[in-house]
Design a protein around this ligand. Sequence first.
Ligand SMILES: O=C(O)CCC(=O)C(=O)O
Ligand SMILES: [Mn+2]
Length: 202
Amino acid sequence: MKEVILLPDGECYLRTDFLDTRGADHFFSHLKRTAVWRQPRLRLFGKTVRSPRLAAWYGDPAAVYIYSGAVHHPLPWCETLQQLRRQIEACTAARFNSVLLNLYRNGDDAMGWHSDDEKELAADAPIASLSLGAPRCFVMRHKRRKNLASVKIMLQHGSLLVMQGATQRHWRHAVPRTRKPVGARINLTFRLVSQAAVQPAS
Ligand SMILES: O=C(O)CCC(=O)C(=O)O
Ligand SMILES: [Mn+2]
């Protein structure tokens, strides 16, 4: 079922039943075991800190991504991620050349406020976010219109959230820490890195 998320200045929808429980269980345990997880260091207010989650970056060779002052080359697609990419491209009618995996080991792992509007990403291209494992709260806040209430979405096992259009220009999002006992969660954001931004000028 496609559930439109009403967002002024943005365009988002959720497919709660993108994967059935069996399929979601399979992808969760396979990726948790086989993805090449790293805990990157981040530069934050002049200090180097360990990221509060594990991450892995996969994609086409040209999908190079620069964040936190470092150049990240993608790992080559594995068959499981290719399969998910094909399924997500069919469902969204969009094209993706890379995917960022995040592993939140428990409620202490989190993602701070940001928008996915880096110059390497194709402007206004959809980002498709697949959630596997423990449900976590995903919060969105408008960048300027402070009178707008924040939007909270519980991202369930097997659900697909699609953010597109002007969403990243006008909204930030986060996955806050929680004191509730929660198990591990994997999130995959399928993205389109613009080739023009990463190819050296000739
Ligand atoms: O874990 C999530 O649901 C969000 C991940 C995210 O915002 C990102 O990878 O940019
Ligand atoms: Mn994001």
